[in-house]
Design a protein around this ligand. Structure first.
Ligand code: PLP
Length: 392
């Protein structure tokens, strides 16, 4: 059988990360590749307790029937409180939709707004799945330069006009992959520049609660005066990724479109997941965050200590104030893509940075995840990786 794949999908490559996950399942590998929360920190006992009484407490219809596409009332109520307390966002029901992970928000943004050939601006480098989604909708991702403050504003304005960009996608707090955070001034300017040109922003914010030090920064959405910012918060990193629960906050006109987009994708989020998330946000989230942040900080500190101890001095990086990643580059022009398989054979995985750039290249960059490995694995794995890098 010759399968005639659609024009839209035939050139889309599988996600580098998912393929690497498959590779990692095969052996006993210390992985700094994924972006997974640490398994022992997942709130298994609390979720177990919630699940044991879920159906008897909420009833069969609430738990096991189809649900409204926009989301369950019980979860919406908790989400409003969460958004206000943790993100400084005051959202009305008609401005929200519950999504199957933040990833679905990125997909719906493209499904709703991107026509073939449209340009989406992204930070250079950016979250690699967003590049795959843009490609799936036959759009083109164009990178905007960044600096210590956030996006390079001159480059942003130049590229908006040059490409008549459809929207700008940003991960402004503890970015995946760079770990960087935009300053409040930079956020305000980004909102002003995009609003001036009638360009929307998709703000993706799955990491901001995982802050180890420094003052919290208001979300980009907090500066939105014209309704051009679509905001995404996810519970994958701060409760559990398997719940597949996230929320989008946007102008009701955009939410209305996302509801239509969701009807044809998966009808609604799983009721059981929504109720578990609602109960956990209400009774367990703040305590859980107090427990996990010091654990992730210790891992971040260990990774930095080991990089200093084992890596060649040509590795240039910044210590992230939160999130799950250390990002850096070698100033002696190494090709990290070329050594990736060799390092996996030694029992260690990282992510070559090339995957995060819309135009490829930048083979001297790498992303290291510190949330998933144990302290012992970080010591051992960074030691092996550093030892291998020192041979070149
Ligand atoms: C920046 C960013 N956006 C979205 C996602 C997807 O997360 P979710 O599990 O909420 O779909 C991730 C996951 O790693 C991410 O890093």
């Amino acid at each position: 059988m010759e399968y005639k794949i659609s024009d839209r999908l035939k050139n889309v490559q599988g996600s580098a990360i998912r393929e690497i996950f498959d590779l990692l399942k095969k052996g006993d590998i210390i992985s700094f590749a994924g972006g997974m929360p640490s398994t022992p920190t997942l709130p298994s006992k609390q979720i177990d307790e919630i699940l044991q009484s879920l159906v008897s407490k909420h009833g069969v219809i609430e738990c096991l029937q189809y649900e409204s596409t926009q989301g369950k009332a019980a979860l919406m109520e908790q989400l409003k409180k969460f958004l206000l307390e943790y993100k400084g966002i005051n959202a009305e029901t008609q401005e929200m939709i519950v999504l199957s992970g933040g990833q679905q928000g990125i997909e719906f943004m493209c499904k709703t707004f991107v026509n073939k050939g449209d340009v989406v601006l992204v930070e250079n480098p950016t979250y690699l799945s967003t590049l795959q989604i843009i490609e799936t909708y036959e759009g083109k991702a164009v990178g905007v330069d960044s600096n210590n403050e956030g996006l390079d504003l001159a480059d942003l304005e130049k590229k908006i006009t040059e490409h008549k960009a459809k929207f700008l996608y940003v991960v402004p707090t503890f970015c995946n992959p760079t770990g960087g955070t935009y300053s409040p001034e930079n956020r305000q300017k980004i909102v002003e520049i995009t609003a001036k040109h009638g360009v929307m922003i998709l703000e993706d914010d799955p990491y901001s609660e995982i802050r180890f030090e420094g003052a919290a920064v208001p979300s980009v959405k907090c500066f939105d005066k014209t309704g051009n910012v679509v905001y995404l918060a996810s519970f994958s990193k701060i409760i559990a990724p398997s719940l597949r629960i996230a929320v989008a906050v946007a102008n009701p006109a955009v939410i209305g479109r996302f509801i239509i987009a969701k009807q044809s994708t998966d009808v609604c989020c799983a009721s059981i997941s929504q109720l578990v998330a609602a109960e956990f946000i209400k009774n367990g989230l703040s305590e859980h965050l107090k427990n996990i942040i010091p654990i992730y900080k210790e891992k971040r500190d260990k990774m930095i200590e080991c990089i200093e101890k084992y890596f060649p001095k040509s590795f240039v990086y910044q210590v992230p104030q939160g999130g799950m990643f250390v990002w850096g580059y070698f100033n002696d022009n190494r090709d990290l893509l070329a050594i990736f398989k060799e390092v996996v054979d030694l029992g260690v995985a990282f992510l070559p940075g090339v995957h995060f750039y819309p135009a490829g290249g930048n083979k001297n960059t790498m992303r290291l995840n510190f949330s998933n490995a144990t302290l012992e694995q970080i010591e051992k794995g960074i030691g092996i990786l550093g030892g291998h890098l020192l041979q070149y």
